[in-house]
Design a protein. Sequence first.
Length: 313
Amino acid sequence: MLARLAELIYWTGRYVERADDTSRIVDAYIHRIAEDPFGDSQVTCRSLFAILGMKPAGEEAVNVQTVLEELVYESENPSAITGAVLAAHDNARRAREVISSEMWVCLNSTRNDLGAQREEASRVGPASYLRFIRDRSALFAGLTDATISHDETWAYLVLGRSLERIDMTARLLQGRLFAAEHSPDWLTLLRAAGAMESYLRSSVRRSDPEAIASFLLLDRVFPRSAYHSLIVADQCLDELTRASTHLDVVDQARRTIRTTQSRLEYMDPQALLSNLSEILTLLETTSATANNQVTSNYFRQSVATSWASEVGT
């Protein structure tokens, strides 16, 4: 595959996942503010910006409207939800020759509906807009798995999605460290990760922080857990290794992924909370490092748009 197309597909996967995960995190925090009208909403909103690696544009008070304008509806910033959707659409438009027509229609119709969805959100609340983003992201993920061959195109897209998911899962849990008093409770974090029903159906019947953190980070079969995302990323890199002559190059990223995977695999769940800060930092570093290793060797030598707090690629 041409490096230009590979890069476009990879970042399409990242941007769609970024929009999906950011919508979940923002939704959880907005519900937290609504449920606790006597809490300090400004501190909660600022902690949300910190988790997502961004700073409010102004120095004035930060409120829910600031969050909506800068983290949800902002179209120029690919770290915001709308900006990520538009970036994914632009990448997919330039890579239409390697994705299915159904994947393209999904992103194109999503882009075209953003204005109407924002108008509806102004009447009924932002939850409708955030739910729309999650539903369309899920549709795109399903079409990705069902309508294209699981070849290099699929591997690059799912690799991008997996690395973004690792980073975003870590960011979601960072809220418990940055401002635990003003962040959602652990059960709300489960909902934000789309993990509530899977958690309740699992063999774990406890609702304590240790069990929830273990599920979101270490579970072997839940597709949004950090450990499972590492497994999928490694499988994608294995596919790209067999399809490429740059075996040593891909192995660099695989070593990064596998080192972190091994750390989580043999992690004592009972010691997870006491090492949570270290583990979350490791996951964010792993995502950024693997991204840089893949980018520097397989894509064009240019700076890719990433999170404001990430090291440039």
